[in-house]
Every structure is written in C-alpha cells, then in structure tokens.
Design a protein around this ligand. Sequence first.
Ligand SMILES: *Cc1c(COP(=O)(O)O)cnc(C)c1O
Length: 386
Amino acid sequence: MIPVNEPLLGDRELEYVSECIRTGWISSAGRFLEDFEEQWASFCGMKYGVAVSNGTAALQAAFGCIGLRPGDKVIMPTFTIISCAQAIVYNGGVPILVDSDPRTWCMDVEQVREKVEEEMRRGDGRLKAILPVHIYGHPVDMDPILELAGKYGLGIIEDAAEAHGAQYMTGRNTPTSRWKRCGSLGDLSVFSFYANKLVTTGEGGMVLTDDPACAEKARSLRNLCFLPNRRFYHTELGHNFRLTNVQAAIGVAQVERMEEIISRKRWMGAAYTERLRGIPGIELPVEETWARQVYWMYGIVLDEGTGLAADEFARKLKERGVETRPFFLGMHEQPVFHAMGLFRDEKYPVAERVARQGLYLPSGLALTEAQLERVCEAVVSVLRTA
Ligand SMILES: *Cc1c(COP(=O)(O)O)cnc(C)c1O
C-alpha cells in the first residue's frame, strides 16, 4: 500500500533528541525550544514565535491574544478543519462562514468582502477578525483581505498549518510587488507541526507575531497565566499548551531541512500534474501566478459527470494499493454546530461539491517517482472503468 503520508526524519533529528535525553532537558524549557521559536519565526518572516503543543492550541491561543469577547464575530472559510471554528467558539465568538474559491479551494475573497460589508452595514461593531486558511498548501489571495482589514480595523489571524514555506506575491501588478511567506501576512499566524505537516515535531504548533505584547500574551496563555513575579496568583485563565524541548529538538532538525522539504513537495506537485493533466474527469490543484504553493496534499476533485463520488473512488484506489484521504467536510455541514444553532440553513455549493468529490493522493515526503507513477496509473485505470 502506498501511504498517504510519511515525514522526512533522519540522523539529525536523532542526534538532537539524544542531546535532550543526555542533558536531561526533556520538558518545556531548553535551548531547542528557543532555537525552534527563533528559527521558525525568522524563516517565515515574523519577529516572535511562541511554540505550543499543537496547531489547534495555537489557534485557541491566537484568539485569546486578540481578546475576542463573547458575541464577537470572525469570518472564516467553511472548508477547513474544525480546529478553526472551535477556537472561535471556545473563545466565545461566532464564526461567519464563506464558501471556497473553485480554483484554489481557499476562501472566496469576494464573499469575504460581501460578508464584511454586510456586517459593517449592520453596524453592531461585532466583527473583529478574519481567519484566512491556506488550504492544502496554496495561499489565500491575501491583498484584498488585508485591504478590508485595514479599512475596517479588523484583525487577521492566518492559519498557515498547511502552507509551511508557501509564498504569496503581495502588491501584484505594481512596482512594489514582492514575495512574502505565508504566516507573515497577518497580525498573527498559526502553524501545526503534526506528523503529516511539512515540518513536524510529532505533535506541535506555533503562534507567530511581530507584536511583542501579543507574543507575551501568547506565552502567558500557554503557561496557565502564571504571573512572572507572583507565580501562584492569577488575574486571568490560561491553558497548558506547552511544547517540550524534545519535540522542539525534532523541529530544529526539520527546519534545517526546509529547502529539501519544499523542493520535494514542489517536485511531487509538478510530477503529478504533468502526468494527470488533460485526463478527463478530474480537476487538479492549481498554482496561481501570485502563489508558490507547497502541495501539503495533492488533492484531486472528480467531475460529477463521471458518476463517481470520492468515497467510491477511494475504495477502488485502495483495491489497487493506493491509500487516499477524503477532503474536509464544511463547517456548515457539521451536526455539532447545528446543535449549537449555528449555520443551520446555510449553503456553500463549492465547498459542498469539493467535499463530496475530492480526495488527496499519496503526498508523503518519502514518495518515490515509481510510487507516484503507480498512483497515476491507478487513477487512470479507475477512471477508465467508471
Ligand atoms: C492540521 C491543521 C490544524 C490543527 O493542527 P493540530 O496540530 O492537528 O492540532 C489547524 N489548521 C489547519 C488548517 C490544519 O491543517
């Protein structure tokens, strides 16, 4: 079976983890934690990094940092992982959903504009932030979102969990256009280092920001809001979101491989596209001219005309030794939110279609060219018998 995902781990990870064990620095302090925070922030182009236990925790802390209050609203894509919506809800906020762009599957920025303007017309001052999520390695078109945020004083939290190292061209078609890393475009950004992400620490996450007060707040929320000068006296509630030095040691070794990780993913994306382009019945990932995407997962969407839905397609690929995973199911289709009275009669046709028709192919960092060819042959053969 060709697996959907494998991390790239080696001697350096082993060496750094061994150093933690040898020196006894295995808990939530140590040189690797500081190095990992500093190196990741600097790689992405932000000033401060606060390492946390996972990406879900990073989102939770980020919304804590911007001081979301009960009833505050946040615009986010319906097509994403539940971590995004629950971070808003756990902080007392209300998610406002938008559909996906049919090409990139990221949030539709025209709909973001419509929803922002609708909230502004309502004039209750409840809209506080926008949460763009770079889906499957492709950047969201950030300029229009940054402009709206500037115009109406909204915060931006970027979820770059799936877009380590991806780049966005800001100011395109102007003399000042330049490439910026995903995770350096908003007020705060969040990352996950779960085992299937480009850079992994097994479990792990990070919040990045340029604002020192915000970084301080994230550090405090991460560590139960202990006061620096009076430890067991609390003026706020926090969390235990600490990452260990052992996990950070893996992270430091991974950051040293960043160029290799990105080039392998970009090779994989190009190789799949080269072999699958032009085959009737499937839609492939795109790379917009203003984007350098990193193919966290190589997703394909089956045309409805094939008569196949993704679940059946996945079963047939499995018979041919190819493991796949389904796409996200939109937040507006989640019973847990319906039970809370959220999103009940909302419809987002693009997200609904890609959720039903989409799946991702083996995209691991250890994928060989021979395996990739076998995957493509299996895809073609299933489509032919459909
Ligand atoms: C993986 C992921 C997360 C959550 O990260 P965990 O480390 O698994 O908690 C959040 N947002 C997005 C977009 C993700 O893909």
